[in-house]
Design a protein around this ligand. Structure first.
Ligand code: NAD
Length: 453
């Protein structure tokens, strides 16, 4: 045995040239090399500018909302199974808390960047405002691929990250939830880590520090499927208003994780057939329609759609040019650029993902008459049911699924109506209308409270 105590080797960080990951290509990962990086935050700022002009938002409010309030970046070491120590980079962007505590998911993804998190945090502010929730906007996560580590490593990475965030989160201050690469298990570890830092007597009082928890650990029924369920309520509302019969219609879904799979399963109960599906491993097509429920179980077990029988492998390009009725993007941002938009042959795009259409792609879609239910509205069901979870935690209550679904349905229909009203009032598209409704509520609050001191 060596006399000197062995010190774990630090195999990260990478050489400094690789360290400026906020300058790296933000997304998506499949952009051809040399293509200019997609500046997601810039895109969201331009949407803000357009709506602010339409509603004549006072300049000072526009200015405040154009930047996040806090940008937290931390580095934390984690001992890997090999005994080596790896340094990770974590983010929490707190965009606005004028309406209530910061609220938003935690994303674990190798392409995540500061720019993405700023954009995603701003989207949360608009979403919470539009949905009428007493929350502001936040987003965060870790830049790494969770599929490349063991379960034990994932637990240690999650716990060290939440420990590093310390008092920057809290049930009345900033409340994380699952997003890409994270799930109910991640939230259980996060909650337990936070609980163990606040002291014995406070422990139970901080149950609501995260939402999207497993049910036995303080989660709510209906949260797991909530984003998909909200999306389906939105699609139903769109179908009703457009006299569109969903029965027998064809669905294309990109991303078959939480949002994509629950949406496909719920739509299958309404007679919509899942004709094609894609994820980070590739794309599959079945003209007869996949059994969405069986595919969901398969992905839960295997981690992806790869190897699923009953489907023909197709390319990403073939996927985007298939004939269908509804397309649900439920993966990364910037997936529908002008080329994909030109190829798409559907009637409706319901944005499960945040920011799946680039502005150039969206312009092509609108020109072609393809309707878009924008992210801020369409995937707002997730944070809405997160709010129900937080309320139940505070009141030590547990609601049943019928109660959660009824409230969610009302909330989605109400938000939808306000957006439709705004499209007419401001003679604008759905996305801009969503921003108008969200900004009008924020404006009222700023004008009532004014600026401190
Ligand atoms: P998830 O991790 O459960 O699933 C993500 C899916 O995207 C996986 O099937 C993955 O394989 C696929 N994917 C990843 N990279 C891809 C690529 N390059 N091409 C094609 N597919 C790819 O994540 P999720 O929670 O379902 O989130 C998906 C999207 O929905 C994100 O944009 C997220 O911000 C948004 N969203 C999620 C929630 C929620 O409650 N989870 C709420 C609102 C919005």
């Amino acid at each position: 045995m060596s006399a000197t105590p062995s010190r774990p080797a630090i195999n990260e960080p990478a050489p400094s040239s690789r360290r400026h990951d906020e300058e790296a290509v933000s997304s998506p990962t499949n952009l051809p090399p040399g293509q200019p990086r997609y500046e997601f935050f810039h895109v969201v700022q331009r949407y803000l500018d357009k709506a602010a002009k339409l509603i004549q938002l006072p300049d000072y409010i526009h200015q405040i909302l154009s930047q996040p309030k806090n940008e937290i970046i931390c580095h934390f070491p984690v001992k890997m199974d090999s005994g080596q120590v790896r340094l990770f980079k974590g983010y929490r962007i707190q965009h606005s808390n004028i309406l209530g505590p910061y609220k938003g998911g935690m994303r674990f993804h190798e392409s995540a960047s500061l720019d993405d998190f700023k954009a995603l945090a701003a989207l949360m502010t608009w979403k919470c405002s539009l949905m009428g929730l007493p929350f502001g906007g936040g987003k965060g996560g870790i830049k790494f691929n969770p599929r490349t580590v063991s379960r034990n490593e994932l637990q240690r990475i999650t716990r060290r990250f939440f420990h590093a965030l310390g008092g920057n989160i809290g049930p009345d201050y900033d409340i994380p939830a699952p997003d890409m690469g994270t799930n109910a298990q991640t939230m259980a570890w996060a909650m337990d880590t936070y609980m163990n830092t606040v002291g014995m007597v406070q422990k139970q009082a901080v149950l609501g520090v995260v939402t999207g928890k497993p049910i036995a650990s303080g989660g709510t029924v209906g949260r797991e499927k909530a984003t998909g369920q909200g999306l389906v309520y939105c699609i139903l509302e769109w179908a009703k208003r457009n006299h569109f019969d969903l029965e027998g219609k064809k669905l294309l879904v990109q991303g078959f994780g939480n949002v994509g799979s629950h949406t496909a399963v719920l739509l299958s109960h309404l007679g919509v057939s899942l004709a094609a599906v894609g994820d980070h491993t590739g794309y599959l097509y079945n003209p007869e329609g996949f059994n969405a429920h069986r595919l969901q179980k398969y992905v839960e077990e295997k981690g992806s759609i790869a190897g699923y029988p009953n489907g023909k492998a197709i390319t990403r390009e073939e996927f985007f040019s298939l004939q269908g009725d509804i397309f649900v993007p439920a993966a990364l941002e910037n997936q529908i650029g002008p080329a994909e938009a030109e190829a798409l042959n559907v009637k409706l795009i319901a944005e499960g993902a945040n920011g799946p259409c680039s502005p150039e792609g969206e312009a092509v879609l609108l020109k072609k008459g393809i309707e878009i239910l924008p992210d801020v509205l369409a995937n707002g069901g997730g944070v809405t049911v997160s709010y129900y979870e937080w309320v139940q935690n505070r009141r030590s209550e547990s609601w049943d699924l019928a109660e959660v679904d009824r409230r969610l349905k009302d909330a989605m229909e109400h938000a939808y109506s306000r957006v439709v009203h705004a499209t007419r009032q401001h003679q604008t598209d759905y996305r801009t209308a969503c921003y108008c409704v969200a900004l009008e509520r924020l404006q009222r609050v700023y004008e009532e409270r004014e600026i401190f001191p």
